[in-house]
Design a protein around this ligand. Structure first.
Ligand SMILES: *Cc1c(COP(=O)(O)O)cnc(C)c1O
Length: 473
């Protein structure tokens, strides 16, 4: 099982061939989920005492399991936040898996951590963070937000000299903040006060001022962080980060910017100025598995002062302390023990696929690919605006388009969405805007074309046959 014998060589050829063939599909089939009953019947029993053999397991995967997973990189997958990993990043993900690197410490993974830090430096520079900024790649935005907020609370308690060691903390978050911020607050047992968003879902200076002014003395005492979003997942709008920077500086509280989806926009000159103020962030996250063309799973977490992240997160144990012994030597920088910078210990060097792809193509190619998605988004929004049966809810600020189909209710939207997926044409799920059900496109794939969007616009002109009886508006 652990030796590379003849049988394993045959399996190697088959598995590598499978992976390469998958990356060659242009486009891949959209595919769709199956029921548990269907999968049980089609996959059969795979976990048995003597094994079914690698070639048979690969067949089950290719014939049954993979087609029951929607291809997130399909150019007409426009739901949630799609992924569009580069060929280079996918191929290198195979190499990372084969290399068995422990990415948690400098001692064990110096080369990997060094390369990951190069990629993090590019992101820190895009955000305008200082030279000493740094961080680590974690599994996703949820883990990144939690780790950043734990660091924020740690420094609040440190700076108040122990007075608040048992005080329940409080954070302010924009109304458009991602659900993972509330989830982090639940995990940390802290309160969240929402800043009411404007009609586009943005946090504004005035609303922030009002919310801060209305805090009670007790709440003000407990406030340790302000979470801004750049941009929101539902609408792709960016909070007034300059206002957040001003208010956090004035109050002396931590500024966290959640750019899990939108942070890639920092690399795009056409929208870079919308992020003004991000350079003041104490912590910042962006998910390379969203709009920076890396495979799952990957979130870049950056701290203005990584020492705070380190103090908040380092685990101490008899068997681990050898990793910290060299701390202080500038050339064997144990301060870059990646494990010490977030809520985790063992870790895959998951930043390496991004590093390899950046090194392969150069940062200009990233800028151009992100600009391509922005241009397609703007042209798609113009198509929506021009269509008599559709109404654009707002001009897109990043790469998300929100729009309504005139006269449709929630059931109609769902029936249309289901029909598109069943036909393998597109995957566009409805979302909510206020109390209304609407449609949403999230465009992060440079292979998505204006023609793809035009086809979707055209398909929305007809009523889905199974709901035609509901009447048109
Ligand atoms: C997607 C998203 C998250 C969560 O990221 P995961 O990688 O899915 O955990 C957090 N914040 C924002 C703004 C997001 O768009």
């Amino acid at each position: 099982m652990h030796r590379h014998d003849d049988a394993i060589e045959v399996l190697t050829q088959a598995v590598v061939r499978y992976a390469i063939d998958r990356t060659r599909l242009d486009p891949p089939p959209l595919d769709r989920p199956r029921t548990l009953t269907e999968l049980r019947a089609m996959a059969g029993h795979t976990i048995v005492p003597h094994g079914i053999g690698g070639l048979e397991a690969l067949r089950v995967f290719g014939d049954v399991l993979a087609p029951a997973c929607i291809s997130v990189d399909h150019p007409r997958f426009l739901s949630f936040v799609p992924a569009a990993p580069t060929e280079a990043s996918i191929l290198f993900d195979l190499v990372v898996g084969a290399s068995c690197i422990y990415g948690g410490s400098w001692m064990e993974g110096a080369g990997a951590v060094f390369a990951e830090n190069e990629a993090l430096r590019w992101i820190a520079d895009l955000a305008g963070l200082p030279p000493e900024a740094g961080g680590v790649f974690v599994s996703g935005g949820t883990a990144g937000n939690l780790s950043a907020l734990i660091a924020a609370r740690w420094v609040w308690r440190r700076d108040t000299g122990g007075v608040h060691d048992r005080t329940r903390g409080l954070l302010l978050a924009s109304g458009g903040a991602h659900s993972s911020v509330a989830q982090a607050a639940r995990a940390m047992d802290v309160d969240v006060v929402r800043v009411p968003p404007d009609d586009r879902g943005r946090l504004t200076r005035d609303a922030l001022r009002t919310t801060v002014d209305e805090l009670t003395d007790d709440e003000r005492e407990r406030l340790f962080a302000l979470v801004a979003t750049g941009g929101t997942t539902n609408a792709g709008v960016i909070d007034d980060l300059r206002a957040v920077a001003d208010v956090t500086a004035e109050l002396g509280v931590w500024m966290h910017v959640d750019g899990a989806y939108g942070g890639a926009g920092l690399a795009a000159p056409s929208v870079r100025d919308h992020f003004a103020g991000v350079e003041a962030a104490d912590s910042f996250i962006v998910d390379p598995h969203k709009w920076l063309f890396a495979p799952y799973d990957s979130c870049a977490l950056l701290y203005r002062d990584p020492e705070i992240g380190r103090q908040a997160h380092t685990q101490h144990a008899e068997y681990l302390d050898v990793l910290h012994a060299e701390h202080g030597s500038p050339d064997t920088p144990a301060q870059w023990n990646a494990s010490d910078l977030a809520h985790h210990l063992s870790r895959r060097a998951r930043g390496l696929p991004l590093w390899f792809s950046l090194a392969t193509h150069g940062t200009d190619a990233y800028r151009d690919a992100i600009e391509t998605t922005l241009r397609v988004t703007r042209e798609g929004a113009a198509l929506v605006d021009a269509a008599a049966h559709l109404e654009l809810l707002m001009e897109p600020e990043l790469s998300i388009v929100l729009f309504r189909r005139v006269g449709w209710d929630a059931a109609r939207y769902q029936a249309w969405s289901d029909a598109q997926l069943a036909a393998g044409t597109a995957f566009v799920t409805p979302t909510a805007w206020g109390a209304e059900t609407v449609l949403r496109w999230c465009i992060v794939n440079p292979l998505t074309t204006v023609d793809d969007l035009a086809a979707i616009v055209a398909s929305l002109a007809d009523d889905p046959p199974d709901s035609a009886a509901a009447g048109d508006g």
